[in-house]
Design a protein around this ligand. Structure first.
Ligand code: SF4
Length: 303
């Protein structure tokens, strides 16, 4: 079975995307911030990352959803920097800094190939929204060098359609985390009031490109969309809206992971301003989230 990127290379499409990706770096509109920064010159843009991606860590991850981790692990590459400012970010040391190994396209390609050599089921790009141009260039080297496992795009869903069209034909599995429904919540908790609109447009585009999640005989994801949703305390009405939108606009067959691991982190612990989310979700809230998914007609809920 070939991957999307292998098919794009065979069709001569992959190489053509590289020039487009490089051009993006001199006036970047890769994400919904649409800031037009020249990423080849200082100062660093809002996402904190210049012309070269920064990798915080890369390893076989055994804690992702079973369709990704399987038994050999998901080949996870954590990128530093982010285009959101979530006040509860559990990875804030990575997302809110540019700390890590600065890599050029060849080095990023070598990391991908190393994870494949390790036996990982896939390459899992974590927080890729702001480094799409760098990923495209790395793939143009990695695929001819033998990269042949599926590519997972593991995103906050704060992606631009422009970036997703650059990734079209390269990604096998899209895994967006649809976080907020209400623009005011998104403004208050992630400094991005346009997040709900951007996420709906992005996830619909992802679904258009790859369809519902397809698993192989071993239950490993080979293609499609897997939607995550982090259950944040007190936002159950937003969870219900998101579940209804997924079922109605995408498909009731959408594979959904309702994540219960929220814990207060980053700016939240002890903060009066964020007191409402300074706790873990209750068991009742987690049950309510699953009920709202079921009530919406969603039946492929991750265990
Ligand atoms: S990816 Fe970074 S530089 Fe590009 S538009 Fe977004 S915030 Fe600006």
């Amino acid at each position: 079975m070939t991957t999307a990127a292998q098919r794009s290379r065979a069709a001569g499409v992959l190489q053509g995307k590289v020039a487009e990706a490089r051009a993006e770096l001199s006036e970047c509109r890769s994400c919904p911030r649409d800031c037009g920064a020249d990423r080849c010159r200082p100062p660093p843009p809002l996402c904190r990352i210049g012309s070269r991606a920064v990798v915080s860590s890369a390893f076989p991850h055994h804690g992702e959803e079973h369709p990704l981790s399987g038994w050999r692990g998901s080949g996870t590459i954590f990128f530093a920097g982010c285009n959101l400012r979530c006040v509860f970010c559990q990875n804030w040391e990575i997302s809110q800094s540019a700390a890590g190994r600065i890599v050029d396209a060849g080095e990023l390609a070598a990391i991908m190939l190393g994870l494949q050599d390790h036996g990982c089921h896939n390459i899992n790009l974590v927080t890729p929204e702001h480094v799409v141009p760098q990923i495209v260039e790395a793939l143009s080297l990695a695929v001819p060098a033998g990269l042949s496992i599926p590519l997972v795009y593991n995103t906050s869903a704060y992606d631009s359609l422009r970036a997703l069209r650059l990734m079209e034909g390269l990604v096998d599995v899209y895994m967006p985390d649809f976080k907020f429904w209400d623009p005011e919540t998104a403004r208050r908790l992630a400094r991005a009031s346009d997040y709900p609109d951007a996420a709906r447009a992005a996830i619909a585009e992802m679904h258009r490109q790859v369809g519902d999640l397809v698993l192989d005989d071993d239950g490993i994801a080979v293609r499609g969309l897997l939607v995550r949703h982090l259950v944040v305390p007190g936002l159950e009405h937003e969870t219900a809206e998101i579940m209804r939108w997924i079922a109605r606009t995408l498909s009731p067959d959408t594979y959904v992971n309702l994540m219960g691991q929220y814990r207060p982190a980053y700016r939240v612990p002890g903060s009066h301003r964020y007191a409402a989310i300074d706790r873990r979700p209750t068991f009742g809230e987690l049950v309510a989230a699953r009920r709202s998914a079921a009530a919406a007609g969603l039946h492929r809920l991750d265990a």
